[in-house]
Ligand binder design. Sequence first.
Ligand code: ATP
Ligand code: MG
Length: 396
Amino acid sequence: MFQAFLIKYGEIGIKGKNRHLFEDALVHQIKYALKPVEGEFLITKEQGRIYIEALGNYDYEEVIESLQCVFGIVGICPVVLTEDKGFEQLVEDIISYLDSHYTDKNKTFKVNTRRARKNYPLSSMEINAVLGEKILEAFPEMKVDVHNPDIMIHIEIRKKINIYSDIIPGLGGMPVGTNGKAMLLLSGGIDSPVAGYMIAKRGVKIDAVYFHAPPYTSERAKQKVVDLAKIVAKYSGPIYLKVINFTDIQMYIYEKCPHEELTIIMRRYMMRIAEYFAKETNSLGLVTGESIGQVASQTMQSLAATNEVCELPVYRPLIGFDKQEIIAVSEKIGTYETSILPYEDCCTIFVAKHPVTKPNLKIIKRSETHLEEKIEEMVKTAIDTAETIVVEAERL
Ligand code: ATP
Ligand code: MG
């Protein structure tokens, strides 16, 4: 059983001062991911490495699963850490490592040594050569293969000696918290949770806003959005979710504006309100799950009309994705099953039979003037009555 894990992370673009920010954020996210896992863990940074040591019993599978949700981790190496007690001892340690971790010895191997400190009496090449021989002596079934070995035995000579032979892939990306914050427009659909995941993958912390339209949308529809946020939070960390009561605004637009323009005008008000909260909480942009051409409200003209009300940049990480590609990601991250549950969405309730697909901004703006009497007051009320829910990660 391994008592420690060596965490590998990407090094491109994290030179100098950024490196500390990157590492500190990564340690923070690892702690968050391990919090609900049974066992006690010590997390340390050393010479450009992050180690997780288990102080006592722990659940191996759970640790791996949790770490596989942390952005910034490229590889997770279950590692044996030994004190440097001379080369003889190292030989013994390697032999017993192989003996205990590989019951079937009928395998090819290669020894790959790296010295992070140069005061070790043997060079890396010498260590590789001598250890190779000793392994062949100890396990005659094993064979050397320097090109494509079954077992790559990594030995790193550091303060302690690191022995590992397995690199479990991580998610990659950047640790959340290294690239500012954005406001996600989160609906109960398939797309927006995936969009949130993808932005968080680049190190961006996310808050979210959901437009609720009771009694047309039910408590269950709202709960579905909270459930989706819980799943996204496994990767992004806790999400501050604003639930906006959108019913009055929708009804008012329905009453005053041409029905084929309803969706566009409604989406413009969603963006305005989302932007208000984004600015209030220091988000640097808005995020949606839109992709070009998916529906009438996502043609280039519609996107332009929606965009026009925003001062902050609007990020659309799925812009070039086909639905099937989006579904593939949602299945991978675990949101798909929840997304397809059949609860009503506020956009579908008032939807027109023939929505405009090429909205003309001048016409849309003219229609919006019909709202002048009450809309400002309504937006203010929606903002003032917003509910905030702190959504923590759903646990395994
Ligand atoms: P999704 O699967 O994410 O619901 P969709 O294909 O249903 O997307 P639309 O309903 O046109 O597309 O919505 C486009 C985007 O607008 C969504 O991805 C989401 O970011 C945002 N959005 C739509 N409805 C809501 C809502 N009720 N609350 C918050 N954001 C919403
Ligand atoms: Mg939707």
